[in-house]
Design a protein around this ligand. Structure first.
Ligand code: 5GP
Ligand code: MG
Ligand code: MG
Length: 197
């Protein structure tokens, strides 16, 4: 068990399990994109570790770039996503794969689709390491999903709780007791309130 700020987290997904899942996702993507040099677009901050491991495993030449979004979902989920760093290169005609750490409600993904609406990419695919399918409320297709996780707050492998935990090589789940049900449903106070994706 670990403590970050005021909260306790228990081991949930091991480094080895993550490695296996990332390799499986790389195989799926590489199998689908045989003739193009893809551009992998990581969504900062949460995706940095996933992107790093993903591209190291990718068997052919690829390009890597990042966008940076901040979500303001807090207790009341809104669609207010701030663009901190947008696309910095022309992706016309390119095969683009978004690499996300986690897709929860899908609000952030909706903003990503808005960003790409006017880009004349050849193809836009979405890959997410973690997915909270119970919480997902959009219709956007997710092409590659690593692990479907329950609607509980997790940290590690890029994901933070109020700035802490991104550096952990494995994933931890918020340890809750009966009276902490609200944490399970809505996440810790402040988490997601202006926090960076
Ligand atoms: P969505 O916009 O899909 O609701 O949520 C996307 C963002 O919410 C993620 O990029 C991440 O920043 C945050 N998020 C959602 N679930 C979790 C979680 O369990 N742990 C952490 N640390 N962040 C989460
Ligand atoms: Mg993210
Ligand atoms: Mg965050």
């Amino acid at each position: 068990m670990i403590k970050l700020h005021d909260l306790y987290f228990k081991p949930f997904i091991s480094e080895k399990e993550i490695d296996t899942v990332v390799q499986r996702m790389v195989d799926e993507v590489a199998n689908d994109i045989k003739d193009d040099i893809p551009v992998f677009v990581g969504v900062l901050n949460g995706s940095f570790m996933f992107v790093s491991d993903f591209v190291k495993k990718y068997p052919r030449p690829c390009e890597v770039t990042f966008i940076k979004l901040a979500s303001y979902e807090g207790v009341k989920s809104t669609e207010d996503i701030e663009r901190l760093i947008g696309l910095t290169q022309d992706l016309t005609g390119r095969t683009v794969v978004i690499l996300e750490d986690i897709i929860d409600t899908g609000n952030t993904l909706e903003e990503i689709h808005r960003i790409f609406k006017n880009e004349k990419v050849k193809e836009l695919k979405i890959a997410t390491l973690f997915h909270k399918s119970e919480a997902y409320k959009k219709d956007f297709k997710l092409h590659y999903i690593g692990i479907d996780v329950p609607k509980k707050f997790i940290v590690g492998y890029g994901l933070d709780y109020d700035g802490l935990g991104r550096d952990l090589p494995e994933v931890y789940q918020l340890k809750t007791t009966q009276h902490m049900t609200n944490f399970v449903l809505f996440g810790p106070p402040g988490a997601g309130k202006g926090t960076q994706a």
